[in-house]
Design a protein around this ligand. Structure first.
Ligand code: ZN
Length: 162
């Protein structure tokens, strides 16, 4: 039986992600392909859903609306905080990506605006609210090792080395 992309397989793909209005936001072209453990939230759910059942050599193109990709933008995730909450000597610029330490681990945010008194921070994922198109080609599919399944990620090339 031909192996296809399904839960608990390790899939390796080449991909190019574009915006419907044009412009590539990410691509594995000229780099190592992307390897991920299927069904363990390593990828956005919509991406995996669209690739389920694909065999090696198969190419698929699909469009993900925000709810199937990184979600809609949440205005409540934009906050204005006093400038003094940042180190005085830190140069803050609009567009900078930083991380806040939380009990759940580091949480990335984007600097959306800076004034003398305040900094507007945006905790939305940078791809939130965006419709994404993908062109994907399956390069390899293999069974996950029991250790990979228990860790929830890939070991070896394209994955964790530990
Ligand atoms: Zn591991």
């Amino acid at each position: 039986m031909t192996m296809v992309i399904e839960a608990d397989k390790i899939a390796t793909v080449h991909y190019t992600g574009t915006f419907p209005e044009g412009g590539v936001f990410d691509s594995s072209e000229g780099r190592d392909p992307l390897t991920f453990l299927v069904g363990h939230q390593q990828m956005v759910a919509g991406f995996e859903d669209e690739m389920l059942g694909a065999a090696v050599g198969e190419k698929r193109e699909f469009t993900l609306t925000p709810e199937r990709a990184y979600g809609e933008r949440d205005d409540g995730a934009v906050q204005v905080v006093p400038r003094e909450q940042f180190p005085e000597d830190m140069e803050l610029e609009v567009g900078m990506v930083m991380a806040a330490e939380t009990e759940q681990g580091p949480l990335k945010f984007n600097v959306a605006a800076v004034t003398e008194e305040s900094v507007t921070v945006d905790f939305n994922h940078e791809m939130a609210g965006k419709t994404l198109r993908f062109a994907v080609e399956v390069v390899d599919i293999r069974d996950a090792a029991p250790e990979e399944l228990s860790h929830g990620h890939v070991h070896g090339p394209g994955g964790h080395h530990h």
